[in-house]
Structure formats: structure tokens, C-alpha cells
Design a protein. Structure first.
Length: 767
């Protein structure tokens, strides 16, 4: 038997040696999955191997940039990548090398590093790029190699050096000031954090203003008051006095339809996805994190094993270009005409190239429009199918004809024409792109009888309050970063992940981003000593400088030098003040000492933040994820401590007795969030999870409040195991009778129907 196995092994080795002997080209990509997808399109002369990401970088434990020597970087092989490099060198010996890493700056830099390690001529045409992993794209790229784009490499290295200078020089000062080695400062992350901090301060200082919304409630139609004497009347401007004045004036007036404005309107299709809009849409639609969106998109781009073999489903997913190739446009047009008719074919025009757009890229689209969601169901499933369906629908919508609507605006006025109420009826005449992508303000068709009199009894009003600005979600933060030109499409997910990992920001209410006390303090430190680092406009200018390096319009060494001249001034000042003990980050809190009533002060210790009383030395630890707001050297954290930590003794009792010792059960806050424990601890160690206010919508069982490994709150039924991201309530939807969920909307807790997609005021349902 052993002899037979040896003969089989010899035959196999002989076959492999024969195969290896035919190899003339070695294609180097970043990931093994990408390598598998590409290799099936190339012949026996090609072998595709993976570098498994970056192979060289600045050293981990050293600065690695010689500032005195014109900012010369010192690159080293990344730890544990030595074997990968040896394998690449072995595989490429006496072979023609084709560098096929991603087509963005980072990919170009990876290709350059590999070329350096393999001692390849930088002018040699050995670089291949493609925006999709399909047979035609791969074969075309192999037939048309180019030399490395050294301007693009230069821009990426300059970015890496800038980030190293900021992180390596500032982070130790932050550590020393806050006595916390988990803190750090990043060039782009700090500007993003400043946006979140500024928004939170606006929310905190917001003073609500009461106003009245006046409308006609006519046969179920809510028709708002819009004008007074022909001028627009904003609801926020109607106070109680104005409301009474309007009601008094209209009480003996007749109301009727005085005009109908009718016209046909067209809604333009959306552009196909770019990185930022894909992240925004997927985060909003599925409740994912931006990093999860990018991971799933990466799989779809590189290729997934399917019953029909390994298949790449979408084009390159790191792009800020909305350009679509003529081949892709033609393919979409043919699909639309064949499936739905010629009238659905749009006339897509590529937008003009923005100054900061890498227009060699295309927008994100399916590699093959024939793989529609129905066909895709047979090939992929789960999250991959969800994201692919979103991308396919968005692309097909972008290539479709505009939607056509008939609009009728009904204008209702009193007999003196002083006050106008307006409502618009919309009837869809042709759905066009909306067959694939529904717009937020779709059809709303009804008819009003022009002869029908509307009575004063139909005049209603609702007391409202102005709302503070909404907290950023991942989706809205990405939109803001893109609008302010902070970072690149490929960095958005990493920026947010870093802020969450450092606990500068935490997610609340499923997806809202709320800054922590630590986030405020770090931002205050940077604003005081390194104002440019948190300045949004400065960060955007740096991005523009990097773009100009890539375009060959600027010199990387000059950009680095100009940056460092100013940066060094701030660095010297901060270092000197810390060394001389002059660094002042003093915050008086709004929390009184329990013993002497004197306001406690914020302190920084090796185990985190804490409050202390200078008079009687009383201390109070602040959780890592506490929500305190700093304004003008004062920390406002009392409300958080009272409501979330129940620090006022009796407030933390839940009204239940311990089943083990009959002691009072209390609500406590630990490392993994809230939990219920016995007040007789440590004598009694009984604990249990916090339960939801409502029962399981699926089986009626008890729901427990839990926290995932990544810190996200979720709810799980103890009976059937069903899980929910939102807390089930004890209320039913008044329209469909399904269970309502607690959800925060515009800073206020409301009840939400997942079936009808509607919010309900908690106070109204309680009645």
C-alpha cells in the first residue's frame, strides 16, 4: 500500500513540476480570494499569488521618518510577513511579474513596495489594473500593462508620513495629559471627532421653542396652513398669541378650494453608488456598520464561491467617481429594453470630473446586469445578497428613464384670501427608475371637490416644540465627511471604527453616534495645543495637497515641510508646558460632593477619569463610556450620573426582592452595561440581566437586554431565542395591531411600528 501511495505522490509531483514549468508570468494580488477568482480567467502560463495585504510599512515601535533628511521614510517588512515575502520571491524567480493590487493609491503603494522587494525596474510595464474581476477586464489588463504610477505612490507615502507625524508626536502628549494609554490622536479621525463634538454641544445647549402647527383635517387629509397675505408662514413662527389670532379671524369665514395648479413633473434617477453613498444607503437600510458594508462589498468585488464557480459580482468598491463605461451603459440599456420596454431606457450622462475624483475608477455597479436579484438568490445568500441587490437596483435605476408624475396643488383660502392652505396630489404616470429605486416622496393621489365647503370645525392645531439637531449616524457622518472633503472613500469606515474602538464615541439608539467624556476631553486638548489637527478646513486642504501630489502638480517633500514648520511650533509649546507642569485641563463638574456639597472636579488617573472633591478628598469614578459635555472648562455630567448610574442611593432599587436572600434588587452599571444585582453584595452574589419593558412579539416570552462583544445593545427572548435590535414595548400598533418597539426619533423616545414604518408619541398611547 505504501509503495502504491509513493508512486501516486511521484506522479502528482511530476504533474506539478510539468505545470510549473509552463508558468511564465506571476500575477501578484492582495488577497487569496481575489487570486482564486482571477486565476480561472488566465491560462496555464500564469500563476496568481497573494501578498495578503501590505508587506512593508513604517516600523511599529519607532518613529521611522527622518525629518532632518527631507522626511525620508524607513520602511520595514511587516512582522510575520517574512514568509510571505520569501514565498513571493521564490514563485517569481525567472518569471515575468505583473503587479495587480487594487487600483487606488493604497494599492499602487503596495505594488511599489513589492517591486522594491523584488528589485523590479520602476519604469518597467508590469502594473495591471482593472475595475472589475471579469474575464474581459482581466485579459485586457494583462494585454495592456503600464508602469507604476509614482505620483500616486508619492501621494500615498506622504499621507502615511503625515499620519505618522501626527500620531507619533501627539499621542504621547495625550497619554501624559490624560494618563490613559488607550487614547490617541489621528490626523483625520480628530477632525471627524470634532464634527461629532460640535454637534453634541449644539444639542446640549439647545433651547426648545414652542409653536403651533395649524392645519385643516378634511376627510382624513391633513392640509397645512402655508401662507398669510400671500407670504409664506413658517409653523415655527406661530406662537400661542398668533394661533389665537388666526382662529379668531377664521371662525366666521368660509373656506373653499380657490385654485388648482396642475402640471406634469419628472423625477430624475439617482446616480449609481460611489463608496460614500453605498455606505450611507446600506447603513440606513440594514443598520450595519460602515466597516461591515465595506467587508461585504470587498467579498462581492473579489469573488465568492457559488454553484457556478467562483464569481465576482461588483466592480471596485473604493471610488468617488460616478463614471460608467460605455460597455456597461449599453449592457444596462439592452437589459431594460428586453425586460421592460424601450421606454424604460434612460440617457445616462457621466458627471463632469471633480477636482478630487480619481476618475480612472467607475461607479460601483454589477459586473453582469443579467445577474439580477432573482438569479443572485441561486448563487449567494444572506448579507452578500442584501448588499448586491441594493447595488444592482441602484445601478439599474441610474440607467433608467425619469419617473413621470401628474401633480395637482389644491389651494384652499378663506373668502378674504388672507390665509392659504395647500396640499399636493401626486399621481404616477410612469414609474421609470422607481421600478428599481423608490424615492422618498412617491405617489400620494387624492381628489378634492372644488364645490365642497370646508367648515371651521375642520380647523385644527397641534402644539409642537422645535427639535435639536440630530446626532450623527454613521450614514450622516460619512455624508458630512464627504461634503467637507475630509479623508478618502476608503478611509471613512476606518475613521469611524477608530473612534468607536478608542471609546471617544459610542453607538446609542441602534445607530446614533454620541461622544463620550473622554472624546470631549481629547478634543479640548487638541483644540488647545494643536488647533490645525481638529480644524476641518485645514484637514480638507491637506487632502487637496495630497490630490495635487497624485496629479503631479505638487511636491510631496514641500507639502510635508510646510506642514511640519507650523506643526513643530505647536509641538514645542505643548511639550514645554507638559514638562514644566503648566498643562492645564481643569474642569469643574456640575456634581456636588455628597459630604460637603462643593462641586467636584474632573481628574485623570491611570484607571480612567474620576471626580474628586478638593475639600474632603471624596472621589467618584466615571465609566469609560460616560456621557459628559465640556463647555468652557466645565463638565456637565450630573444628569448622566443620576439617570444612567442611579448614584442617588434609593433611585437604583427596582422594587423586587432577591430570590436568594430577600434583599432589595438594584440596577447597577458594569463593564458590559446595566445589570440587576442584590444590594447585599458581596454576601449575596445574585445577578440577572435587565429585562425589556415588553414581551416577545413572537412567543410572548420574557425579553432580556444584552450587549454584544462590540458593545451594541440587543434584546433576546429567553423562551424562543428570537433577537431584536430595538426594545419591544407593551403597546400594540393602533393600525395593524403588531408590537411596537421603543426607538429614539429626533432626540425623543417614541414607539415605532416596523410593519407600517410609523412613529407614535408615547404619551398619546399611554392615554
Amino acid at each position: 500500500m505504501a509503495k502504491k501511495n509513493n508512486e501516486k505522490t511521484k506522479d502528482k509531483n511530476k504533474k506539478n513540476n510539468s505545470y510549473n514549468g509552463n508558468i511564465k508570468y506571476v500575477v501578484i494580488v492582495e488577497s487569496p480570494s481575489k487570486a482564486k477568482t482571477i486565476e480561472k480567467y488566465l491560462g496555464k502560463e500564469y500563476k496568481v499569488i497573494a501578498s495578503k495585504g501590505h508587506v512593508r510599512d513604517l516600523p511599529e515601535k519607532e518613529f521611522g521618518v527622518d525629518i532632518e533628511n527631507n522626511f525620508e521614510p524607513e520602511f520595514q517588512i511587516i512582522p510575520n510577513k517574512e514568509k510571505v515575502i520569501k514565498d513571493i520571491q521564490k514563485e517569481t524567480k525567472d518569471k515575468k511579474v505583473l503587479l495587480a493590487s487594487d487600483m487606488d493609491r493604497e494599492g499602487e503603494a503596495i505594488a511599489w513596495h513589492i517591486a522594491q522587494l523584488l528589485d523590479l525596474d520602476p519604469k518597467e510595464k508590469n502594473r495591471i489594473v482593472f475595475s472589475e474581476i471579469t474575464k474581459n477586464a482581466i485579459l485586457n489588463s494583462v494585454e495592456n500593462p503600464r508602469s507604476l504610477d509614482l505620483n500616486k505612490v508619492d501621494a500615498q507615502i506622504a499621507r502615511r508620513i503625515l499620519d505618522r507625524i501626527v500620531g507619533y508626536k501627539i499621542s504621547p502628549l495625550v497619554w501624559e495629559a490624560l494618563k490613559n494609554y488607550n487614547t490617541s490622536a489621528g490626523r483625520v479621525q480628530s477632525a471627524a471627532l470634532k464634527l461629532i463634538i460640535d454637534r453634541e454641544r449644539k444639542i446640549f445647549t439647545f433651547k426648545p421653542k414652542k409653536y403651533f402647527k395649524i392645519f385643516l383635517d378634511h376627510k382624513g387629509l391633513i392640509i397645512p396652513l402655508t401662507k398669510e397675505n400671500g407670504k409664506t408662514l413658517k409653523p415655527e413662527s406661530v406662537n400661542e398669541k398668533k394661533k389665537n389670532e388666526i382662529f379668531e379671524y377664521l371662525k366666521d369665514k368660509k373656506l373653499k378650494v380657490t385654485a388648482i395648479e396642475e402640471n406634469e413633473t419628472f423625477k430624475s434617477p439617482p446616480y449609481p453608488f460611489i463608496t460614500s453613498t453605498m455606505q450611507q444607503s446600506a447603513v440606513s437600510t440594514f443598520g450595519w456598520s460602515s466597516s461591515k458594508v465595506m467587508k461585504i462589498a470587498q467579498d462581492l468585488y473579489e469573488g465568492i464561491e457559488t454553484p457556478e464557480g467562483r464569481t465576482a459580482f461588483i466592480t471596485y468598491m473604493r471610488t468617488d467617481s460616478t463614471r460608467i463605461s460605455e460597455v456597461a451603459k449599453r449592457s444596462a440599456s439592452e437589459y431594460l429594453e428586453k425586460k421592460f420596454g424601450k421606454q424604460y431606457v434612460g440617457n445616462y450622462v457621466n458627471k463632469g470630473k471633480k477636482s478630487n475624483v480619481q476618475d480612472a475608477h467607475e461607479a460601483i455597479r454589477p459586473t453582469d446586469v443579467a445577474i439580477n436579484p432573482e438569479k443572485a438568490k441561486k448563487l449567494i445568500s444572506g448579507d452578500h445578497l442584501k448588499l448586491y441587490t441594493l447595488i444592482w437596483n441602484r445601478f439599474m435605476a441610474s440607467q433608467s428613464a425619469p419617473a413621470k408624475y401628474q401633480e395637482k396643488k389644491y389651494i384652499i383660502e378663506d373668502e378674504t384670501l388672507k390665509y392659504s392652505f395647500e396640499i399636493t396630489s401626486k399621481k404616477c404616470l410612469f414609474d421609470g427608475f422607481e421600478k428599481f429605486w423608490k424615492s422618498s416622496n412617491g405617489e400620494n393621489y387624492f381628489e378634492l371637490d372644488t364645490n365642497e365647503e370646508i367648515t371651521f370645525e375642520e380647523l385644527k392645531c397641534e402644539e409642537k416644540e422645535t427639535n435639536p439637531p440630530n446626532r450623527y449616524t454613521e450614514a450622516t457622518l460619512i455624508k458630512e465627511l464627504e461634503a467637507k472633503k475630509i479623508g478618502r472613500p476608503s478611509t471613512y469606515a476606518t475613521i469611524i471604527l477608530t473612534l468607536l474602538d478608542r471609546k471617544y464615541v459610542v453607538k446609542i439608539d441602534k445607530n446614533s453616534l454620541r461622544p463620550t467624556t473622554t472624546g470631549f476631553v481629547v478634543t479640548d486638548f487638541l483644540e488647545k495645543f494643536f488647533p490645525d489637527i481638529v480644524d476641518v478646513k485645514f484637514t480638507a486642504r491637506m487632502e487637496k495637497d495630497l490630490d495635487q501630489i497624485e496629479e503631479g502638480k505638487n511636491n510631496s517633500k514641500k507639502v510635508l515641510e510646510d506642514f511640519y514648520i507650523e506643526f513643530e511650533k505647536f509641538l514645542e509649546r505643548a511639550t514645554k508646558e507638559i514638562k514644566n507642569g503648566e498643562l492645564e485641563l481643569n474642569y469643574e463638574s456640575d456634581v456636588p460632593c455628597k459630604k460637603c456639597e462643593k462641586m467636584m472636579k474632573l481628574n485623570f488617573g491611570r484607571f480612567g477619569l474620576y471626580l474628586s472633591c478638593e475639600e474632603c478628598k471624596e472621589t467618584l469614578k466615571i465609566p469609560l463610556e460616560s456621557f459628559g459635555v465640556t463647555i468652557n472648562n466645565k463638565l456637565y455630567i450630573k444628569e448622566f450620573l443620576e439617570t444612567s448610574l442611579k448614584v442617588n442611593g434609593e433611585n437604583n432599587k427596582i422594587g423586587e426582592k432577591c430570590p436568594m436572600c430577600d434583599g432589595d434588587l438594584i440596577l447597577k452599571n458594569g463593564r458590559y452595561g446595566e445589570f440587576i444585582a442584590c444590594s447585599n453584595y458581596p454576601k449575596c452574589t445574585f445577578t440577572k440581566n435587565v429585562t425589556a419593558r415588553g414581551n416577545c412579539p413572537n412567543c410572548g416570552g420574557v425579553i432580556e437586554k444584552l450587549r454584544s462583544k462590540k458593545g451594541r445593545i440587543y434584546y433576546k427572548c429567553t423562551s424562543c431565542g428570537e433577537m431584536y435590535w430595538d426594545e419591544p414595548s407593551e403597546y400594540k400598533c393602533p393600525q395593524c395591531e403588531s408590537t411596537l418597539f421603543y426607538k429614539v426619533n429626533k432626540g425623543k423616545e417614541k414607539l415605532y411600528c416596523e410593519k407600517d414604518k410609523k412613529y407614535f408619541e408615547l404619551e398619546k398611547l399611554k392615554k
